[in-house]
Every structure is written in structure tokens, then in C-alpha cells.
Design a protein around this ligand. Structure first.
Ligand code: PLP
Length: 365
């Protein structure tokens, strides 16, 4: 499989959930919820963390917390998981798709300005595959036009840039702790930010606006993280540095086996000033035909790579061809020719060798 969920030793998890059978406090901002919020604040090097039931609701809630007028425009990338786009649309906002850069697949900051109109209120970029967006230039554009910036940092858990936690950039950043991500709480997510007032707003949004037994201050949803997830998160946090270290080793093994393949673009992890998490190993082929052939052949060998992200979110059938006329040449090309190879801490060297062999076999054809 393309990934494999990280889990703590069984005994450790069982030991840590035991107290729940005495307290019977299973959710609603319990002891472990608060403990995890503190622990993540330290680990992610951010001023505030608000835990959520999953990454998608974290995105939806933080966009809602910004209180944009209905129909406002949000500049974003189509080269992402559909969640990013859905969170914008479900807030009754209009996604405006910006092309990506062919080098690192993040939003092309040079094209953002030309998409700004009087209805634009925010930019929602994605640190796709953990590749860090041009945070300086995005900050500068946002400042000049008075726009909010909300980073989808779901791929960037534990990363840092210029000595700062990746979650400190923009007005807020969103993380996913889904089972398939570098760090998981089974299902879970978080918003990180520096504006204290946002903590209160998110708290109300994720807990029905309830502030006391007889006191409901606003209309909110339910997006709280439960205690079992929080304990899973505390356990997995102890293993995170080992997890990332092993991922780095596996990624380097792929690099050494594939670096001489002509016409194959490998991920670049060593970027000046960046701490990376080695969450994904995307390889880009010269064309879509080769990508599809490799994908199929890997499948025949019971190896399940993924065409992340194909199709582009702007082309999802739910949007009924509304955005298909947009000029997004880079995003389209990358989406058709990229493949994410299996990468997880326990992936065997023999498996990496077999996968690399299959990739090499097809690229020459
Ligand atoms: C996983 C992911 C999400 C959604 O997170 P969930 O925890 O699965 O709800 C959003 N955006 C990106 C880029 C993701 O990879």
C-alpha cells in the first residue's frame, strides 16, 4: 500500500486508555484532549492549537470562523485532495483556481495577483507533499490586498521553515491526523494560529456554541476530538521522530535507486531552511501514458501506488464542468504524469528495490 498507519505498541495504548474505564469521560475536551493540545503546541512550535475531529472539519471550521461574506472569492490550488476545495465551497465561497509551479507543485505565487478581484477575501495554499509554499511572497501579497491566508498544512506535520513551525505561517494552518498521514490520531486534525481570539471562535464552532449548561452563545457544529483519539495521538507523538527518521532513510534509498533514470523527476527534500517530514515519495514521468503503465504494472505485482492528485479538484464531477475551461497547464500536466510510491517507516529495502525496478523498466520504453 502507498502508506501504512503508524501505531504505538499495543500494550502502551491499552495501558494509557485504561483510566477511561474509571472516569467514563470519553470526549468533550477531556484530560487527554487538553494534554494533546499542549503537547502539539510544543511539537509544532505554534502559539495556539485547536484540536478537531478531522482535518477536513478543521479547514471548514477555520474558514467559517473568518466570517467572509457569502459568495466571496478564495484563491486556491486545484492540485490537492478534494477536501481543500470542498471546505471552501461548503462555506458558500467561490474557489478561484490558480496554477501550480512545475518544480514543487505548490501554488504559483507569481500568478496569484492576476486572480485578485474586489470579491477576493482569502488565499488557501497547500504545502502539497510537504513541499513548502513560497510563504514570504504569499504573505506580502496578502498584506498588500488585505487578504487572509489559511494554509492547508495537512501534508506538513512537524515541518519547519526558517526556524519556525510550519503552522505559524499565514493567519491559520490546518493539519490532518488521519490514519494515512505521517502522524495520526486515527481520525483527527487541528488548526494552528497566533490570534488568541480565534481559539474561542473555533471552540464555539466545534462544540455547538455551548459555553455552559444553560448557555449557548452561537450556532456551531460538532467537530470535537474524542479521548481515544487524543490518547492515540499522545502515543504516536512519542514515536514521531523515529517515524520520520525511518521515512527519510526509505526516501533516500528510493533516491539512490532512481536518481539516474532519465526523464524521471524525483522529489527534492533538501530545501534551504526547511525541516521536512518525508511523508510522500511522488515521482513524475515524462508523460501520462508511462505513469499509467507503471501504476498498472505495480498493481499487477500487488503494489498499490496512488495517482495523487488526479483528477484536479477543479475537474471533480460534482462541479459539473464549471471549471474545466480554466488555463491550468502545469497542474494538468503534473496531475496526469505523477505517481506517489509507497513510503512508510516499515517499508522493506527489498520492496523498495522491487518497486524501483518496475519503475525503471517502464521509463526506458
Ligand atoms: C488528508 C487531507 C485533508 C483532509 O483531512 P482529513 O483528516 O482526512 O479530513 C485535507 N487536505 C489535504 C491536502 C489532505 O491531504
Amino acid at each position: 500500500m502507498v502508506t501504512r498507519s503508524s501505531m504505538p505498541p499495543y500494550e502502551e495504548f491499552v495501558e494509557r486508555i485504561k483510566p477511561l474505564w474509571d472516569t467514563r469521560w470519553l470526549t468533550n475536551m477531556g484530560k487527554y484532549h487538553d494534554e494533546l493540545e499542549q503537547a502539539l503546541k510544543d511539537y509544532l512550535q505554534v502559539p495556539y492549537v485547536s484540536l478537531m475531529v478531522n482535518g477536513h472539519m478543521a479547514l471548514e471550521m477555520v474558514i467559517q470562523a473568518m466570517n467572509f461574506p457569502e459568495g466571496s472569492e478564495v484563491i486556491t490550488t486545484p492540485f490537492t485532495f478534494v477536501s481543500t476545495t470542498h471546505a471552501i465551497v461548503r462555506n458558500r465561497l467561490e474557489p478561484v483556481f490558480c496554477d501550480i509551479k512545475p518544480e514543487d507543485y505548490t501554488i504559483d505565487e507569481e500568478q496569484i495577483e492576476s486572480l485578485i478581484t474586489e470579491k477576493t477575501v482569502a488565499i488557501v495554499p497547500v504545502h502539497v507533499y510537504g513541499n513548502i509554499c513560497n510563504v514570504e511572497q504569499i504573505r506580502e501579497i496578502a498584506y498588500r490586498y488585505g487578504l487572509k491566508v489559511i494554509y492547508d498544512a495537512c501534508h506538513a506535520f512537524g515541518e519547519a521553515y526558517q526556524g519556525k513551525g510550519i503552522g505559524t505561517f499565514g493567519d491559520a494552518s490546518v493539519f490532518s491526523f488521519h490514519a494515512t498521514k505521517v502522524y495520526n490520531t486515527i481520525e483527527g486534525g487541528a488548526v494552528t494560529f497566533s490570534d488568541e481570539a480565534l481559539y474561542e471562535k473555533l471552540y464555539n464552532l466545534k462544540n455547538f456554541g455551548i459555553r455552559g449548561e444553560e448557555w449557548v452563545v452561537s450556532v456551531g457544529a460538532n467537530a470535537k476530538m474524542n479521548e481515544f483519539s487524543a490518547i492515540m495521538g499522545l502515543c504516536n507523538l512519542s514515536g514521531i521522530s523515529q517515524n520520520i527518521r525511518l521515512r527519510k532513510e526509505k526516501a533516500e534509498r528510493y533516491q539512490s535507486l532512481l536518481c539516474d533514470v532519465h526523464g524521471l523527476k524525483l522529489p527534492k527534500f533538501e530545501i534551504g531552511g526547511a525541516v521536512r517530514n518525508y511523508g510522500y515519495f511522488p515521482v513524475q514521468f515524462a508523460d501520462g501514458k508511462t505513469r499509467d503503465r507503471v501504476y498498472d504494472d505495480l498493481r499487477r505485482h500487488n503494489i498499490f501506488s496512488r495517482k495523487y492528485f488526479y483528477p484536479l479538484t477543479s475537474e471533480a464531477s460534482c462541479f459539473k464542468r464549471k471549471y474545466t475551461g480554466l488555463a491550468l497547464p502545469n497542474a494538468r500536466k503534473v496531475s496526469e504524469s505523477i505517481l506517489v510510491l509507497p513510503l512508510y517507516p516499515e517499508l522493506g529495502d527489498g520492496d523498495i528495490g522491487r518497486i524501483a525496478e518496475i519503475v525503471r523498466e517502464f521509463v526506458g520504453m
